[in-house]
Design a protein around this ligand. Structure first.
Ligand SMILES: Nc1ncnc2c1ncn2[C@@H]1O[C@H](COP(=O)(O)OP(=O)(O)OP(=O)(O)O)[C@@H](O)[C@H]1O
Ligand SMILES: [Mg+2]
Length: 299
């Protein structure tokens, strides 16, 4: 069982959307946790379409921590379902893997007062992942102070979400050394890798790995209209689950889940299954036939 953390350097490359897509396509029971320290409530406002969410997620857990209550036994009760049971009702829901969501912060200052709680939250999540439910954490942007160390220490995989544009890749390059040292300091067993949103626009996965020295562990094709269903609550088209974004997410999730062994370590070559989520070859040729400028050429 595994704890997978998604984060970004800057911009909004698609961390929340990708984390949600992976959670919806995850082959086993899964809990998606919103640990973004810049609260946006994007999952509630988008995918959950502003449905009333009784749970105050991390905020309730912080209060329990202040009252010296252990948070591990409370955590599951603060989660909400990611999917409604659908027309087949409870029977179908019983057979499907459990997919739940732990809401994040509700105030711009919440993350500061949460500092002492990260250790206990990370332990509770690790315990959960030890009991048969995998955990996907939306950690938001790496930020000036770096990602919460206890979460890094508990992570089995850290995916830095990037677009394949020069702007996104030039920015992430600035954060990679700090991320590597934070992982070392946290004594995390996890190696960082990229999740590329929109590979080949223009840089292909192989070029990204070659230039930035991190493996591309997963990619999700460029599907703005389908992504808006997840990020903005746009009405899902018919057979949404069978369309490209969720199909790709299921492939990426299965590859990633199976690459995380019992100890949770990604395969040494960093690849999650060796095949891109959309089944396309890793080397991407641009439609206009031009060779993109080397990523290292950015000033
Ligand atoms: N695979 C995709 N194809 C096309 N558009 C996408 C894809 N994934 C996400 N997007 C779009 O990118 C935008 C930003 O997505 P999202 O909110 O997930 O980013 P983020 O990295 O979590 O941002 P922030 O740092 O602000 O939390 C949204 O409009 C979303 O629909
Ligand atoms: Mg986000």
């Amino acid at each position: 069982m595994a704890l997978v953390m998604l984060c970004s350097a800057t911009g909004s490359p698609g961390v929340t959307t990708s984390a949600l897509a992976l959670a919806l396509g995850w082959p086993r029971g899964v809990l998606l946790v919103d640990c973004d320290r810049d609260p946006a409530q994007a999952v509630q406002a988008g995918w959950l379409r502003a449905a009333p969410v009784a749970s105050r997620g991390l905020v309730d857990l912080a209060q329990a921590h202040r009252e010296l209550q252990p948070i591990a036994p409370l955590l599951w009760g603060r989660t909400v379902p990611l999917l409604d049971p659908g027309p087949e009702g409870a029977d179908a829901a019983e057979q499907a893997p459990v997919r739940r969501f732990l809401p994040g912060f509700t105030h711009p200052g919440s993350a500061v007062v949460f500092e002492p709680v990260w250790v206990e939250l990370a332990e509770a999540l690790a315990a959960l992942s030890g009991s048969g439910v995998d955990v996907i954490v939306d950690a938001g942007r790496i930020g000036r102070g770096g990602l919460p160390r206890p979460l890094l220490a508990a992570a089995d995989a850290v995916l830095v979400v990037v677009r394949s544009t020069l702007r996104s890749l030039a920015a992430v390059r600035l954060h990679l050394d700090d991320l590597r040292s934070s992982l070392e300091e946290a004594a995390s067993g996890a190696q960082p890798g990229f999740l590329v949103v929109g590979p080949g626009m223009p840089y292909g996965d192989a070029e990204i790995t070659g230039q930035l020295g991190l493996p591309v562990v997963a990619d999700l094709g460029w599907r703005p209209e389908q992504a808006a269903v997840l990020s903005d609550g746009v009405t899902a088209p018919r057979r949404f689950e069978q369309r490209g974004l969720l199909r790709g997410a299921r492939a990426a999730a299965s590859a990633l889940a199976s690459s995380l062994g019992p100890g949770g370590a990604p395969r040494p070559d960093g690849a999650a299954g060796g095949e891109r989520a959309d089944g396309a070859p890793a080397a991407v040729v641009r439609g206009d036939g031009r060779v993109p400028a080397p990523i290292g050429g950015a000033r």
